[in-house]
Ligand binder design. Structure first.
Ligand SMILES: *[C@@H]1O[C@H](CO)[C@@H](O)[C@H](O)[C@H]1NC(C)=O
Length: 594
């Protein structure tokens, strides 16, 4: 903006000769005067914009509202602001940039869906975009010109080839087989249920992306990919400490990346760049696929890395961009899907009556000798509602993923939404609005059944906004919905999931339905529960189906020689860093002596 431009136009040589001519004191005065004028002009511009935009707290010069952010879970604070001002949209200033927060389903629908064409872009994101993924990643790619739009469309199209609605049907048997294995795992080591769900989710995306399954729940790739994604998700939550503070003071991002406020961001891992890990995985997948026999190839869907390598020639995309697509699929699918399923387990513990009602429907429609399948779905209205409620009650991407940005000035309700600004859907507030979801913290699948007292109208045909909106809706939505449905249905059919009991007192240990992690992709903090097969007949069916599924999945067995945590290690370094999840589910970077 103005002051940035002033700084840039100052030419050092001119500066020197000017100083000699006018004397140091006068020059200092002049510089101060210019700075003061720039500040006043800039602040006046902020206040002018503020007068046209949706209401919000009063911004200070330069720092805006940044320092009134809470330490944790800012989406709850934005929901409160929306209630305080009694408006669906609020404006919150991160430094000199206004960010808009939509706290209402109808406004989100009117803006992001009905005007999808205008809202397809992303704003400038210093931390996650410029220092994180870079500008050639589908997730953060901005649309500032027609060339950008074409480029973005190619990425979107390639992503659709991988996980678009048409392709997703072809992945059903992978998800079905892997979720049968989850049931078997729940039977054998129920206390490790989180690890089983993480293995399931990682394995499904690994088969789709690289043709290779993740067989052991102790495979380090699971923790690594989940920790990496939680870390990435943290970089999306507005904050008042570094590195998020770079969003407020973007000029600090121009310094060399060894400055302390970068907190390690933006440092190239080696001369080949940070995407190189995913490129190596993709190359390895192509090699391993080539070695398979024709009959093996015929019995599995072509891995996305292989399809992509073939398609890419048409579009002349650099390899960094290609591997970012496989990387996105792998990363975005593992953490989010497993978090959703952990939420499902929590809901069963806290709301046993919903679980029992679901089980009564499954007993009547499916019976004990086989587990449910998608073909049963038309006869399972309560299960369908149950899955919707899992996706609504505690949505993973709690602020709807990354912000949108309009490519031209727009208005809503008479308010200005300026071109290029940061506008974000607050899924927490939307899914907690009493008008659409009375008693919102109650897990109640019946609210999705027309005629029930909690049933309310909601824009769109799904009844939730868990996957974002418009042209930036999650590419993996169909895959995630399909997998969540079959896994939730199968686990409900197979198991009684309930609060654990204290060994000494025999008393139930309560679960906390608000104890969630702080990142943008939130998940329940670990809790104990008891998972038991419902009947002996069902137990036998789980074993039979699980073992059959393991045989069916054999074609996807394979090893990778790469590990994320050791990939970029420099030989000179004495300390090695590992990403880990601590017991609260937060990301820790641990230094380990070799
Ligand atoms: C799933 O397992 C069945 C056997 O239960 C097998 O016929 C099928 O090929 C497997 N499919 C995949 C994609 O793993």
């Amino acid at each position: 903006m103005l002051s940035d431009r002033l700084l840039e136009s100052l030419n050092l040589q001119k500066l020197q000769s000017t100083i000699i001519k006018f004397g140091t004191a006068n020059v200092l005065l002049a510089v101060l005067a210019i700075a003061a004028t720039a500040l006043v002009v800039d602040y006046a511009h902020m206040l002018y914009l503020r007068s046209k935009m949706p209401p919000g707290p009063f911004p200070l010069p330069i720092i805006g509202n940044t320092f009134s952010l809470p330490d944790n879970k800012p989406w709850i604070y934005f929901e409160e602001l929306s209630k305080k001002y009694n408006t669906p949209l609020i404006t919150f200033w991160i430094g000199r940039n206004p960010t808009l927060w939509i706290n209402d389903a109808w406004a989100a629908h009117d803006i992001f869906e009905k005007k999808a064409q205008i809202y397809a872009s992303r704003p400038r994101m210093v931390v996650f975009g410029e220092l994180g993924t870079g500008q050639s990643n589908l997730v953060t790619m901005r649309i500032l010109s027609n060339a950008d739009r074409d480029h973005w469309r190619i990425h979107r199209k390639l992503m659709h080839i991988g996980v678009g609605v048409q392709s997703v049907r072809g992945y059903r048997e992978i998800q079905n087989n892997e979720s049968k294995v989850v049931a078997l795992d729940f039977l054998r080591t129920p206390a490790e249920y989180v690890k089983h769900l993480e293995r399931y989710a990682t394995s499904v995306v690994s088969i789709i992306a690289f043709g290779r399954r993740v067989a052991s729940y102790n495979d380090p790739i699971i923790t690594e990919v989940i920790a990496l994604m939680q870390l990435a998700a943290d970089l999306n939550v507005p904050g008042k400490s570094f590195p998020m503070l770079l969003e407020t003071f973007p000029f600090l991002a121009r310094f060399p990346t060894f400055m302390p406020w970068f907190k390690g961001l933006g440092i190239r891992r080696n001369q080949k760049g940070g995407h190189y890990f995913f490129k190596s995985l993709a190359d390895e997948a192509v090699e391993q696929y080539d070695q398979k026999s024709p009959s093996e190839k015929a019995s599995m869907p072509t891995p996305y890395a292989v399809t992509l390598a073939a398609e890419a020639e048409k579009y002349h995309l650099p390899s960094a961009e290609l591997s970012s697509l496989t990387g996105n699929l792998f990363g975005a699918g593992a953490d989010t899907s497993s978090s959703t399923l952990v939420t499902f387990v929590l809901a069963c513990c806290a709301f046993p009556e919903a679980m029992q009602k679901a089980q009564a429907e499954l007993d009547a429609v499916v019976g004990p000798t086989r587990s449910p399948h998608w073909d049963d779905s038309p006869n399972l209205p309560y299960i369908n509602a149950f899955v919707k409620e899992v996706l609504r009650w505690r949505s993973v991407a709690i602020i709807g993923g990354q912000p949108h940005s309009p490519t031209q000035d727009d208005t809503y309700n008479g308010w200005l939404i300026p071109s290029g600004c940061w506008i974000q859907g607050n899924v927490w507030a939307i899914h907690h609005n009493e008008r659409e979801f009375p008693d919102p913290d109650r897990f109640c699948p019946d609210r999705y059944i027309e005629g029930h007292e909690l049933y309310r109208k909601f824009p769109g045909d799904r009844g939730y906004m868990t996957f974002g909106w418009g042209r930036r809706v999650c590419s993996g939505q169909a895959l995630a919905e399909q997998g969540t449905w079959v896994t939730v249905a199968r686990l409900l059919w197979g198991f009684t999931i309930k609060k654990a009991r204290d060994e000494k007192t025999g008393k139930e240990i309560d679960v906390d339905i608000f104890a969630y992690t702080n990142g943008l992709n939130m998940r329940p903090v670990p809790f104990r529960c008891e998972i038991l097969p419902r009947t002996e007949e069902i137990r036998e069916a789980i074993v039979r189906e699980g073992e059959q599924a393991l045989r069916g999945l054999k074609v996807h067995d394979g090893e990778s020689k790469y590990r994320m945590s050791t990939f970029y290690q420099q030989t000179r370094e004495k300390l090695k860093e590992e990403v880990r999840l601590d017991e609260k589910g937060n990301v820790q970077i641990v230094k380990i002596k070799k």
